[in-house]
Design a protein around this ligand. Structure first.
Ligand code: 5RP
Length: 221
């Protein structure tokens, strides 16, 4: 098993019968979804809430029943990947463009479990360009306002065209290098009209499953 598979499969152990499960997006969450599909075929009864259209299709392919967000009162556990994590389990997410739904679901979950291979650990977040979801109206102006916070936003493309999120928005990838104050930047970004959400997940994860020195480790806070 590769690192992504090891952490993805381990996370599935936290899912019990009758749970409502937030299903993450990306190549690591893929392994959790695949494992959950296997468990469902063996009798596990769960309902999934997907963080993206891509994950919805994957979950259905693996036989996991989905539930509409409006029909649930709680999400028991959300499991998702990350682009970077620090020692306090703060994250940068959104490399796959699903950060808005990922953040809504992580925030709604009683427990948010992050699964990440060893390459994602950093001392300070920011090397990975921070994804910021913005509405298409006035995008150039929104981008200039974000640049004033100390980065050069780059409009994410899909081929030659702007990448469009599941919510019909653009993503700006914002290279802040080293982010000194995560909470402050998160707030400053979200106060700019036109910004929908940003990929900083501060103080949200309670458990991280990763690999250290070739071994599976779990870090809680
Ligand atoms: C998608 C995400 C992913 O969780 C993040 O990009 C990590 O992806 P991967 O597991 O493929 O490395 O935030 O929006």
């Amino acid at each position: 098993m590769n690192e992504k598979e090891l952490v993805g499969v381990r996370a599935a152990e936290y899912i019990k019968d009758r749970m409502v499960v937030g299903l993450g997006t990306g190549s690591t969450a893929y392994y959790t979804i695949k494992k959950l599909g296997e468990l469902v075929r063996n009798g596990l009864n769960i309902k999934g809430i997907p963080t993206s259209e891509q994950t919805a299709a994957l979950a259905v392919e693996h036989g996991i029943k989905l539930v509409d967000f409006k029909d649930v009162e709680r999400i028991d556990v959300a499991i998702d990947g990350a682009d970077e994590f620090d020692a306090d389990l703060n994250l940068i997410k959104g490399g796959g463009g699903a950060l808005l739904r990922e953040k809504i679901i992580a925030n709604a979950a009683s427990a948010f479990i992050v699964i990440a291979d060893s390459s994602k650990g950093v001392n300070k977040l920011g090397d990975f360009p921070l994804p910021v979801e913005i509405v298409t109206f006035g995008a150039e102006m929104t981008s200039r306002k974000i640049a004033e916070l100390g980065c050069e936003p780059k409009l994410r493309l899909s081929g030659t065209q702007p990448f469009i999120t599941d919510n019909g928005n653009y993503i700006l990838d914002c290279d802040f290098k080293q982010i000194e104050s995560l909470e402050e930047l998160e707030k400053q970004l979200n106060m700019i009209p036109g910004v929908v959400e940003n990929g900083l997940f501060v103080n949200m994860a309670r458990r991280l499953i990763t690999i250290e020195n070739g071994e599976l480790v779990e870090i809680t806070r």
